[in-house]
Design a protein around this ligand. Structure first.
Ligand code: SF4
Length: 291
């Protein structure tokens, strides 16, 4: 498959067929993000996508899940996204689910009816990066969105009957805003009420602009146990209907998985015990962390 540049996808799409329909990210300004900085955003033409799908035809019977890359493919206007999804449905006769990244802006450009039309074409899950539930932090890291928009976008996804998965980033507020970042993130996650939520731990990877802030002493990265304090605070402040929360991503120091609210007290007790023991050997070694 002729992908343009490196491809990123959520861990839960590891077994999915990755179809690149956009190149890069339409926003591409987040200061903590290094992944698409070398790509100029573009939407691939229908002809290019058709060619890519042709290459998948020999094994099409075996494909059940498709993930539409790159970042924020939901930004594709409805008039073009519908034919793309129709082509995907036509190519894969046993297709069960299409997944996609969407930021709040791109979700809010679509009406509930637009999203329902995509759901009819098997859009089953939308992944959105909340990153932080604190608006000052979102502004500082140039996320280009507000928590109010994130909450509205989540409501629209729910109204369309599509599964919502939200990611947040431990450490994003720096040491100074660590506590408020975690508390506000737990509260906004509660309002977004996703079926899935995942925490990543901030890794400063060039050319992310936040690396420079860190090197110049303008950003103070919380340590591993401070990030675990954030993890516990987020979970403690989550009041959700039924959500699978995980910190399994390779960037995290402590992988946890829990159904909330059922497993809340048990997982909090575990995280607090790890914090109390303060034994770095229990945590994922720095060399094994990755994005
Ligand atoms: S974090 Fe997401 S929205 Fe921000 S620049 Fe990276 S890919 Fe784009």
């Amino acid at each position: 498959m002729p992908y343009v540049g490196a491809i990123y996808r959520p861990p839960s799409e590891a077994r999915s067929f990755i179809l690149q329909v956009t190149v890069g990210c339409s926003h591409n300004k987040c200061t903590f993000c290094s992944v698409y900085k070398d790509k100029k955003f573009q939407i691939k033409s229908l002809e290019e996508i058709e060619e890519d799908l042709k290459e998948a035809e020999p094994f099409a019977q075996h494909i059940r899940r498709v993930f539409l890359a790159d970042g924020d493919a939901l930004i594709i206007p409805q008039r073009k996204l519908i034919p793309i999804m129709e082509m995907v449905n036509k190519t894969f006769p046993n297709l069960e689910r299409i997944g996609i990244y969407g930021n709040a802006k791109s979700i809010l450009k679509k009406s509930v009816d637009d999203l329902k039309a995509l759901k009819d074409l098997k859009l089953g899950i939308v992944y959105i990066g909340l990153e932080s539930g604190n608006d000052e932090i979102l502004r500082k890291v140039k996320k280009g969105d507000t928590t109010a928009n994130m909450i509205d976008a989540a409501a629209r996804i729910h109204a369309a009957g599509i599964t919502l998965s939200v990611t947040v980033i431990l450490g994003l507020g720096g040491k100074e805003m660590s506590r408020i970042h975690a508390i506000d993130t737990g509260k906004v996650l509660s309002q977004m009420d996703p079926e899935f939520a995942a925490a990543l731990s901030l890794m400063l990877v060039p050319p992310a602009p936040l690396c420079k802030e860190y090197e110049e002493g303008r950003f103070h990265l919380p340590g591993p146990f401070e990030m675990l304090e954030e993890l516990a605070l987020i979970i403690a402040h989550m009041d959700v209907t039924h959500c699978f929360f995980s910190s399994n991503h390779a960037s995290n120091y402590l992988p946890v998985q829990v159904w909330l609210p059922e497993g809340k007290e048990e997982i909090l007790a575990l995280i607090r015990e790890v914090i109390q023991r303060h034994d770095r050997n229990i945590l994922r070694p720095e060399a094994y962390r990755g994005l």
